[in-house]
Design a protein around this ligand. Structure first.
Ligand SMILES: [Fe+2]
Length: 360
């Protein structure tokens, strides 16, 4: 068990993020206009997303800013906010295609659930988040702190909620550091295995639950993973060991640390905002929300999960979930129940285009 203190640009506090706002990027008029133009030129409602090629989209002059934001999220503080996607100029379908186009340039999109969808509309579909198959992105519930299931996640806002829906982000690297300093006994527990449920979304060759520590190291980097809902959900399965009192206390103390005002950064995404997070170094959450009555005003975010080409090695303990841990591999995601030949062909084509090793 390696409880060394490891520093990183992602080991921030709220004061650090506020003192240096260079993680916030803004697209200028020319960049916005260029994005709207290239998306409108390519958009054809009859074409499935898999049909579009990265080469069809000229993202310049916005790409320089977008690439810097991806680099900040991936190798810097773990968080980037890009303001000014051309939301007003685009329909909902065009806005989705814009996100898809950015994803085609930034990495290999990963499937996100049972339907093996590669782009999720984050909206309230009335799903019970606490149920055995619950997923936060389809509910309006307050969510537990968690990491999404791929190296990077992008979230772009089309519509805001009437109220609530605030996004909360805490550095797992800082949280680990505090846990080690304050409760070394529980820090040790956190570096041991916890069982997580796949929420009935496992692919045919995957088990319904898997074990993974809340913190682990690889190549002198800290990796954090948490999701109380899924850990509790895994307890329903025969063969999953009952949580020990030390594990239960570790989750409580970690939750308390993650919510400390000096560590938990809060923000609202406004229409046209694109948030990029690193799911190794940050943990995030969201408050519950109340939606508009009018369907076309309802809260709507567009979410992508990405495996970027310049990825770092993951801990061995992350293999069960990510399936691949070597740098530059197509890894992570939730293959779900429909990961078919079309999905595999898309992934292989994108991997080749970006010089990556395809998933097995
Ligand atoms: Fe999430």
């Amino acid at each position: 068990m390696d409880l060394r203190d490891i520093d990183s640009p992602a080991a921030w506090t709220v004061a650090d993020l506020e003192a240096d706002r260079s993680w916030v990027f803004t697209l200028d008029e020319a960049a916005r206009a260029g994005l709207a133009r290239t998306v409108k030129a390519a958009h054809d409602p009859a074409r499935p997303l898999f049909d579009y090629r990265g080469e069809e989209f000229d993202l310049d002059p916005a790409w320089e800013t977008l690439a810097a934001a991806f680099a900040e999220a991936h190798h810097g503080r773990g968080l980037a906010l890009v303001k000014g996607l051309p939301r007003e100029a685009l329909s909902e379908a065009e806005f989705e295609l814009l996100n898809w186009a950015i994803g085609l340039h930034a990495g290999v999109a990963r499937p996100q659930g049972r339907a093996s969808q590669y782009l999720s509309a984050v909206r309230d579909a009335g799903i019970d988040y606490r149920g055995a198959s619950g997923r936060g992105y389809s509910s309006n519930a307050k969510l537990d702190f968690h990491a999404d299931g791929a190296d990077l996640a992008t979230l772009a806002c089309f519509n805001q909620a009437l109220s609530g829906g605030q996004s909360m982000i805490t550095s797992g690297v800082t949280a680990r550091r505090r846990l080690i300093a304050e409760r070394p006994d529980l820090a040790e527990t956190a570096h041991g295995s916890f069982h997580f449920s796949r929420q009935n979304e496992e692919a045919p060759d995957e088990t319904p639950t898997y074990g993974q520590p809340l913190f682990d190291l690889a190549d002198d980097r800290v990796f954090g993973k948490f999701n109380r809902n899924r850990i509790q959900s895994a307890q329903r399965y025969v063969g999953v060991p009952a949580l020990t009192p030390a594990q239960a206390e570790t989750m409580d103390v970690l939750d308390e640390i993650l919510r400390r005002p000096e560590l938990m950064f809060t923000m609202y995404l406004a229409p046209g905002d694109l948030q990029i997070v690193n799911n190794h170094t940050l943990l995030h959450s969201r408050t519950g929300y109340v939606d508009h009555d009018t369907p076309e005003k309802k809260r709507l975010l567009c979410r992508l999960w990405l495996a970027p080409p310049d990825s770092v090695p993951l801990p061995e303990s992350w293999r069960a979930y990510y399936r691949e841990i070597a740098p530059g591999t197509v890894r992570g995601g939730i293959r779900g129940h429909h990961h078919d030949a079309a999905c595999q062909a898309f992934e292989a084509r994108q991997a080749t285009r970006l010089g990556m090793t395809p998933a097995r």
